[in-house]
Structures are given as C-alpha cells and as structure tokens.
Design a protein around this ligand. Structure first.
Ligand SMILES: Cc1cc2nc3c(=O)[nH]c(=O)nc-3n(C[C@H](O)[C@H](O)[C@H](O)COP(=O)(O)O)c2cc1C
Length: 166
C-alpha cells in the first residue's frame, strides 16, 4: 500500500487526458473456454525482440488466467465496435455469444472486424500494484489499413480524424 492518497475518480480523469485505442485481449481457460477483456492499457515496448504490453486488474475474473497462460491475442478495435468493447468490459457470463472469431495461437480468439491483431507468447509478468503487467512477444500479426480505430479519451469513446493543420 502507498501513503499517497489521490481521489480515485479525479486520478482516473487525469489519466484519461491521455487518449488511447481500445483492445480486447483474449485467451482460453484451462477448460478451453474463450475469455476476453476490454483493455486500453496496450502499448508497444520493443522492436527487437518484438514486445508489447498491457495490464490487467488483479480483481478481473480473467487476471489469473492471463498471468499464467502461454499465449494471448490483442485485438485492436475498429470505430464500429463500441458494442463489442462494452460487452467485453462487463462481467457477462457468455461474452463470446454471437461474436465471430477464428482461433489464433493457443486457440486465443481473433475477433472478426478488428483493425489489427497481435498473437503473443507470454514473455513476462510483472507486479504493478493492483494490476499485473503482461509483456508479450509478438509471434504473428495482421492489420487492415482501410478501417479507423476506436479511441478512448477523457472517459469516453471517440473517433479519429486527420488534424486540419496537416
Ligand atoms: C475503454 C476501456 C478500457 C479498459 N481497460 C482496461 C485495462 O487496460 N485493464 C483492465 O484490467 N481493465 C480494463 N477495463 C475494464 C475491464 O474491461 C473490465 O473490468 C472487465 O469486466 C474485466 O473482465 P473480466 O472481469 O471478465 O476479466 C477497461 C474498460 C473499458 C471500457
């Protein structure tokens, strides 16, 4: 525990001043059930080796599975996938109902309509306070340049557009 005490709502709002994309990170449970969680904490780490990271709340249903599994997939959402993002940000029982996907590495779901996906091997898991920081080595990836990403900024979904000065 820290002796720094921020108002959690205010701290979250301050962090939301930094816009991000939105991903759904997926894997399978030991019983083979697909699981996934909406995550905006995705970021690049290294080009050589090709590493990315994201962080998962230790209280999330899927946290233990993600920290122990060998493989996971990061699906980068398109701006048409708000409903899918909301579905995977909830604690619903059957998040994959009516969601079209194919199996990536470790049978981790590659969600149809995503603008990019990164199939990763678990490289390392770090303690990060109330989150696990999960670093993955990208084994395979694909992207579609003709679609626009879903963004999350100041606590709300947003869309991207070219800056008028450019
Ligand atoms: C835009 C957005 C971004 C989010 N980013 C993260 C994140 O990076 N890490 C995380 O643990 N939860 C994040 N969440 C919350 C999880 O999606 C949510 O807690 C989800 O219910 C966890 O699923 P689970 O409990 O079934 O594992 C985010 C939610 C939204 C709407």
């Amino acid at each position: 525990m820290s002796d720094i005490e921020f108002d959690p709502k205010d701290f979250r709002f301050a962090l939301g001043q930094f816009p991000t994309g939105v991903t759904i990170v997926t894997t399978r449970t030991k019983d083979g059930e697909p699981i996934g969680v909406t995550a905006s904490s995705f970021n690049t780490v290294s080009m050589d080796p090709p590493l990315i990271l994201w962080s998962v709340d230790k209280k999330a249903f899927s946290a233990e599975t993600f920290s122990e599994n060998e493989y996971f997939v990061v699906n980068v959402l398109a701006d048409s996938q708000v409903a899918t993002s909301n579905r995977f940000a909830s604690r619903g029982e059957d998040k994959f109902k009516n969601i079209a996907y194919e199996n990536g590495l470790g049978d981790s779901p590659v969600i149809e309509g995503s603008i990019a996906h990164f199939e990763c091997k678990n490289w390392s898991v770090y303690e990060g306070g109330d989150h696990f920081i999960i670093v993955g080595e990208v084994q395979k990836y694909q992207y579609n340049k003709n679609q626009s990403p879903l963004l999350f900024s100041q606590g709300k979904y947003a869309v991207s557009s070219a800056h008028p000065d450019c």
